[in-house]
Design a binder for this molecule. Structure first.
Ligand code: KIV
Length: 304
């Protein structure tokens, strides 16, 4: 038994559901919007209660949740389990799910089939895919199938090896210009938004005004329409260093460690559980139980 679900936002006022249209409207009105990643029901409830507009079940789950070295090995089935849990926690926030590496790149049919699974099985409202070039065609195919698509340019972790590692992109004019062409291609393909990861702020300031669709930055400075942070980075849930673009709003790893240590100390010292954590039995029932136990064949021997 544990805390009952759906208690986090008991006090929160109801919000209108976020849609592709409302995100576009926010951009047109110059209102900044917010995205976070989430990988389970409790974090989805917190994101929802905090009024976050977009929640991304990122393939970053590979490293943050599954303990893998990169996002490459995570599978569609693994992400679907997490996405379904997040879906159950959301009411108004807009759910975006990453298409994992290897599940969409080869053909338009792969892309559409995988996107359909996220919509059908996990209730995704959009899917996200990484890259420009031929990925623009994949995005277009998914859009034609009636599924909103979010693009992802700049540092694309699924293909980080080809990019020379997890490092900022677009520091050379030609590379930044290609990124702008890809962004326009994704927009023409019908994408409803684009994530820009780890690019110079000055490049973002040049490229963002070219786009009519909402832009979401992570390590791209302040000129994008929205910002996204990875849940574990934002809350300080992981040990070790974070990327330059992360601001930690809590240090939950330390807090969790202290809490679990305190629990372990209490158990070892006999300080937990105490009477307040136990269930009572009426005295007459206890008396009857003791009498019944005394009748058990080995009761006398065991007691003696
Ligand atoms: O997987 C992820 O968390 C992402 C964000 C960094 C945008 O793609």
């Amino acid at each position: 038994m544990s805390a009952s679900p759906r208690t986090v936002d008991a006090q929160a006022p109801a919000r209108a559901p976020v849609t592709v249209t409302s995100l576009l409207e926010a951009k047109r009105q110059g209102r900044k919007t917010v995205m976070v990643t989430a990988y389970d029901y409790p974090s989805a409830r917190v994101a929802e209660a905090a009024g976050v507009e977009m929640v991304l079940v990122g393939d970053s789950a590979a490293t943050t949740v599954l303990g893998l070295d990169s996002t490459v090995p995570v599978t569609v089935d693994e992400l679907l389990v997490l996405a379904k849990a997040v879906r159950r926690g959301l009411t108004a926030s807009f759910l975006v799910c990453d298409l994992p590496f290897g599940s969409y790149e080869a053909t338009d049919l792969d892309a559409v089939r995988t996107a359909q699974r996220f919509v059908k099985e996990a209730g995704a409202q959009a899917v996200k895919l990484e890259g420009g070039g031929v990925m623009v065609d994949r995005a277009a195919a998914i859009v034609r199938a009636g599924i909103p698509v979010v693009g992802h340019l700049g540092l694309t972790p699924q293909t980080a090896t080809a990019l020379g590692g997890l490092r900022a992109q677009g520091k050379r004019a030609e590379q930044a210009a290609q990124m702008a062409r890809d962004a326009l291609g994704l927009q023409d393909a019908g994408c409803c938004a684009i994530v820009f990861e780890a690019i110079p702020a000055a490049v973002a300031e040049e490229v963002m005004p070219l786009l009519e669709i909402p832009t979401i930055g992570i390590g791209a400075g302040g000129s994008t329409d929205a910002q996204v942070l990875v849940w574990h980075d934002l809350l300080g849930l992981m040990e070790g260093r974070t990327a330059k673009f992360v601001r930690q709003y809590a240090h939950l790893h330390e807090e969790m460690l202290a809490a679990v240590r305190a629990y372990a100390d209490d158990v070892r010292a006999g300080a937990f559980p105490t009477r307040e954590h136990t269930y009572a039995i009426p005295p007459e029932e206890l008396g009857r139980l003791q009498a019944a136990l005394a009748q058990l064949p080995d009761a006398a021997g065991a007691a003696g």
